[in-house]
Design a protein around this ligand. Structure first.
Ligand SMILES: [Zn+2]
Length: 285
């Protein structure tokens, strides 16, 4: 493989074989290392995802460079993905510097404007062999700075999804079936009947956002019903931070990042391993 890939082939293969590719939100060198090293050990395809504020924080060029090093070092498919981008010019810029996959999130727009924005990104991305994910319907909760009132969260309509995918030519579709970003206030209830209907009408791979905190058996069921990409963000941040906090509590004088980052990486690794197992993407390459 040896280079950073789009998500096209890895998601098609996951769709055909009935598993999902995990997309892990990374923030820096350490979190990226944990994800690629663990995916390599488990022979899993993997998507490295960054939200707009992460890409700004770490700088897109750094993320792409680190992903390229990982792709040349490990013989597994590695994609580098822009997560929840809303600005089309930003997406074009980051595709220009080497990102191969982008989510244009215009799900807060009306149907027509969502289509218009997604189509513009698809037309651009496909010229550079990059793939595009869009979202139809809305999730509750919080992803970065984007707050959606949980009461306003709307589920994906299967017929609209079919029309949306056909008109836009989008490569994958994030669906709203009851998950929420961040942590849940109550027990999540997923609308599996709706997912089945969407899958029957839509050919492209389907994506599940907001799966942190959703019980594993529900995520597995969603995968069995056609989800091919599962996003993992909040579930990684908490154990990493908790382990670092614990280290500082036990070692208040610590000042060596190589030492205090290590327990964070170890805690995060366990979650990455677990999520790969839940996705069923282990030993696929
Ligand atoms: Zn999301």
């Amino acid at each position: 493989m040896n280079e950073v890939l789009s998500t096209r082939d890895m998601l098609k293969r996951a769709q055909k074989c009935g598993y999902a590719v995990p997309a892990f939100n990374i923030h820096n060198l350490e979190t990226l290392q944990v994800v690629v090293e663990t995916a390599n050990e488990m022979r899993s395809p993997v998507i490295l995802a960054g939200t707009p504020s992460t890409i700004e924080y770490a700088e897109g060029e750094n993320i792409v460079s680190m992903a390229k090093v990982a792709a040349s070092k490990y013989n597994i498919p590695i994609a580098v993905h822009l997560d929840h981008f809303e600005n089309i010019d930003d997406i074009k810029h980051y595709i220009d510097i080497g990102f191969k996959s982008a989510m244009i999130d215009a799900s807060h727009e009306n149907f027509e404007d969502n289509i218009k924005k997604v189509k513009e990104v698809v037309d651009y991305a496909h010229r550079y062999d990059a793939t595009v994910e869009a979202e139809l319907g809305r999730l509750g909760g919080q992803e970065d700075d984007l707050v959606v009132d949980e009461k306003d969260a709307m589920y994906t309509n299967p017929d609209s999804a079919k029309e949306f995918v056909e008109i836009t030519g989008v490569d994958s579709l994030a669906v709203a079936i009851g998950t929420a970003h961040g942590l849940y206030k109550g027990e999540p209830k997923l609308d599996f009947e709706r997912l089945k209907e969407i899958r029957a009408k839509v050919e492209v791979p389907l994506v599940l956002h907001g799966a942190s905190d959703v019980p594993d058996d529900l995520v597995k069921k969603a995968i069995s019903l056609g989800i091919c990409k599962v996003n993992v963000a909040t579930d990684l941040k908490i154990p990493f931070s908790d382990a670092v906090k614990k280290y500082f509590k036990e070692n208040p004088e610590a000042n060596d990042p190589r030492k205090y980052m290590t327990p964070g990486k170890e805690a995060m690794k366990k979650i990455v391993q677990h999520k790969i197992k839940v996705c069923g993407s282990e030993n696929r390459y």
